[in-house]
Design a binder for this molecule. Structure first.
Ligand code: FCB
Length: 441
């Protein structure tokens, strides 16, 4: 590890420093105070659904320990905290009568953040769809746009007096792809027609939610959060190059192009046409205030007939690239380039809403490789900014070690170590590093 104290990149005073989490990954208390089941509870209850049979309880027990977690954020010196609201806590079946105890939880959290001088950034959907809505057809059902807009309106009415930063959803491409192409994320249905419908309807849901938020919280800054990772072919063979171009549309462009440029990229456009009705693209492309970028590493793909329902598979990673403990390529320059590309393509202020380093097992509070990764990525962000990228803020994924989806509690991304048996929190070396970085600004 470099003497990080001297090596800090500096940013303007109004640059926003934060951390991100999501409801299902940290809250626990899945059956408390009237919360309904989500599709991830259903998947976790299934044999083999999640590694080690892990479930959404206890996670970080944040539902009860949120005051401790705000104290950690305050110690870190954060400007902002990005969390997600659990739809099944507010509306246990997804629609119908709201659950006052669920609303009260977020009231407490938001008030606590404001008291601590930390700005709440609320994301309305980070993958925990109420099971009741899945039972009605979930995202492939066109009515899902209306369900989501009603839920967004409820969030706006309950929290819009205090929350002024809203994101509609987190990583549309990832949760639809995991579920409907790969079949290993909830709700676990591998089918391309369902995937295409889910893509279009989550886009429609986004647009409808933006309208609801805008009408009810006129002074809110509204955005959406996308996973953008450069898609690279495994080789220069024509079929691999084409596979990477298709993957790029499915993973990176299918959502932001629709939402910000009012059209689908060409390969998706041809396939999705049967599900698009007159006026839909205008319903999707509502004006937005910012672009949320989740970035970790470039992705390599190769052509494979029938692979992942789309005709591609994960490709071999170049030997020369260093990798994280969980095998993700480390390539800060790809981050720099992504920030420049997104600035040119969508012309919105960018907030990096996720970036972080995952470890597969056995990590304690001594995490020098995470420090090196974060320092290199922050430096690349600084360089991108100098070169003209309109990047305004940075949120580390994540505050705490947490429930890492299919990998359960085995994979750790936290700045703060969590002992899941005792719930003891211990700031890692990276937390100390981040705190010093923020202080040095
Ligand atoms: C992102 C997710 C987030 C977390 C990180 C590691 O794709 O948005 O919930 O799992 O990856």
């Amino acid at each position: 590890m470099k003497k990080s104290g001297q090596a800090f990149a500096t940013f303007p005073k109004d640059f926003v420093w934060g951390v991100s989490t999501s409801s299902f990954q940290i809250e626990g208390a899945t059956q408390e105070d009237g919360r309904g089941p989500s599709i991830w509870d259903t998947l976790a209850a299934r044999q083999g659904g999640i590694a080690n049979g892990d479930r959404g309880d206890p996670a970080c027990d944040h539902y009860h320990r949120w005051p401790d977690d705000i104290a950690l954020m305050r110690w870190l010196g954060l400007d902002a905290y990005r969390f997600s609201i659990a739809w099944p806590r507010l509306l246990p079946r997804g629609r119908g009568a709201p659950n006052p105890a669920g609303i009260a939880f977020y009231d407490r959290l938001i008030d606590g953040l404001l008291e601590a001088g930390i700005e709440p950034w609320a994301c309305l959907y980070h993958w925990d769809l109420p099971q009741g809505l899945q039972d009605l057809g979930g995202w492939p059902h066109r009515d899902s746009a209306g369900w989501f807009a009603d839920y967004a309106a409820l969030c706006a009415k309950c929290f819009g007096d205090r929350v002024k930063r809203f994101a509609t959803m987190n990583e549309f491409s990832v949760f639809t792809f995991f579920a409907y192409a790969l079949g290993w994320g909830a709700p676990n249905i591998s089918n391309q027609a369902e995937h295409l419908k889910a893509i279009h309807h989550t886009n429609l849901a986004h647009g409808a939610a933006v309208d609801a938020l805008r009408a009810l919280v006129p002074d809110a800054a509204i955005g959406a959060i996308h996973s953008v990772q450069p898609a690279r072919p495994q080789s220069q063979a024509a079929e691999d190059v084409e596979a990477a171009a298709l993957f790029d549309e499915v993973w990176n462009k299918g959502f932001p192009d629709a939402q910000l440029l009012a059209h689908y990229p060409p390969r998706i456009a041809r396939l999705i046409e049967p599900y698009v009705r007159a006026g839909d693209m205008a319903r999707i492309a509502r004006p937005l205030d910012w672009f949320g970028l989740n970035h970790y590493s470039p992705m390599y793909v190769r052509a494979e007939p029938g692979g992942m329902r789309w005709g591609f598979e994960w490709g071999a990673l170049p030997e020369s690239l260093p990798k994280t403990d969980i095998g993700w390529p480390i390539d800060p320059d790809a981050f720099r380039q992504t920030l420049l590309d997104l600035t040119a393509r969508y012309r919105l202020p960018i907030y990096v809403t996720e970036n972080g380093y995952g470890v597969g097992s056995g990590e304690g509070a001594d995490d020098p490789r995470r420090v090196d990764y974060l320092a290199a990525y922050v430096r690349a962000m600084r360089q991108a900014k100098r070169q003209g990228a309109d990047v305004r803020g940075y949120f580390v994924w994540s505050l705490l070690d947490n429930f890492e989806w299919g990998a359960g509690y085995g994979t750790r991304f936290g700045l703060v170590h969590v002992d899941f048996k005792t719930q003891k929190r211990t700031p890692k070396k990276s937390a100390h590093w981040y705190r010093a970085l923020i202080k040095a600004q």
